[in-house]
Design a protein around this ligand. Structure first.
Ligand code: 8ID
Ligand code: ZN
Length: 349
């Protein structure tokens, strides 16, 4: 039976903190489902949301979280293709209009009316969360809900970013921020897609992790004296990677990437550091035919594909689990840059 009250992490004002408390369980609308969230990944985006880092307001009070894996416990009258008991994922795109020019072309993340889990609608840092039935990710019953949670944002996003990079099997890509939540999955999706991955991050722990996950080289931005030269030297022909997948949370690596990608290289911006700009010399951009672009989560097909890579055993999620009650501790580690891989929260404690 569905309780009327539940435990949640609530941001009451921008800047935080997040408060662990009991709140009412919401009722799903006609086109929505209610999900008993078992586990949720903690994405750096959740921290940006709490801090008000971006030029887009959140709802307040806010329940964050957008990597929620759980079980369907109720559904609205219009929902016919999701069953009670199904395993589903609550992802960043909670809903979209399904009618606009972008939605018609499967670019749902670009929909002006997109609902964002843990940002414009309450997300997965609670025991029971509402989601639009049309957008929930389908999780195969054979997949572990705890381990798959980070696929629901980090996995989908880096898989889409790699597709957007246009890199082909045999090419080399740089993963910038490779030891973090998105990066540690990007290294593995790259490998599974037939690409060589150069991991860039800071410190030995992230170097060991990314090499274990299949990176062909590790460049430590904290100790490298000439990062651009070191990244180029890590490619077989010395010309630099075909693409850079930027999932770091500071501005500097965004400028560096335009310098070390090879000519015709693609710089894919995914990380969203506060108040950051990307700039590059026009001359080099022109005569080296550099392509700078953004990539934003993924559509429903990208989501299903990213989950299927995981189901086939091609991706191992490096995660640690703590109770939902300990979310603030996870944020503290995150801003200290001390998380290798991803933290998952267990909503039962
Ligand atoms: O759709 C999107 N575009 C999307 C989806 C999901 C997340 C964008 N994001 C954004 C988040 O909002 C965040 O800004 O991607 C960024 C990365 O999210 P994350 O992977 O959840 O963050 P993390 O686990 O903290 O990892 C960041 C890594 O970057 C490294 C850190 O050491 C950490 O491992 N890093 C930093 I900070 N500076 C670096 C540098 N100069 C660096 N790595 C290389 N070079
Ligand atoms: Zn995310």
């Amino acid at each position: 039976s569905i309780p009327t009250e539940q435990w949640a992490q609530v941001v009451e004002k921008t800047g935080g903190p997040t408060v662990y408390k009991k709140i009412p369980v919401a009722k799903p609308g006609p086109d929505e489902i209610l999900v008993n969230v078992k586990f949720s990944g903690v994405c750096h985006t959740d921290y940006h949301a709490m801090m008000g880092d971006w030029p887009l307001a959140t709802k307040l009070p806010l329940v964050g979280g957008h990597e929620g894996a759980g079980v369907v416990v109720a559904r609205g009258d219009l929902v016919s293709d999701v069953e009670i008991g199904d395993h589903v994922g609550i992802k960043w795109i909670n809903g979209s209009c399904l009618q606009c020019a972008y939605c018609q072309r499967s670019d749902e993340p670009l929909c002006a009316k997109a609902l964002l889990s843990g940002y414009t609608v309450d997300g997965s840092f609670q025991q029971y969360a509402v989601a639009k039935a049309a957008h929930v990710a389908r999780i195969p019953k054979e997949c572990d809900l705890e381990a798959i949670a980070p696929i629901l944002c980090a996995g989908i996003t880096v898989y889409k970013g790699l597709k957007e990079s246009g890199a082909k099997p045999g090419d080399t890509v740089a993963i910038v921020g490779a030891g973090g939540g998105l990066g540690s999955l990007a290294v593995q999706y790259a490998k599974a897609m037939g690409l060589h991955a150069i991991a860039i991050d800071g410190g030995n722990e992230k170097g060991e992790l990314t090499k274990k996950l299949g990176a062909t080289a590790y460049v430590d931005f904290m100790s490298s004296k000439d990062l651009v030269a070191d990244v180029r030297a890590a490619t077989p022909d010395g010309l630099g990677p075909t693409a850079a997948i930027l999932v770091a949370v500071t501005e500097k690596p965004f400028q560096q990437a335009t310098q070390y990608v090879r000519s015709r290289g693609v710089v894919v911006c995914i990380g969203l550091p506060a108040n950051a700009k990307i700039s590059a010399p026009v001359f080099d951009t022109v005569v080296r035919m550099i392509n700078i672009k953004g990539s934003y989560v993924g559509n429903r097909a990208d989501s299903a594909e990213a989950i299927d890579f995981y189901r086939r055993g091609l991706i191992t999620v490096p995660f640690k689990t703590v109770g939902l009650s300990q979310l603030q501790e996870v944020y503290d580690l995150m801003i200290a840059g001390k998380i290798a891989g991803r933290y998952v929260v267990d909503t039962s404690r």
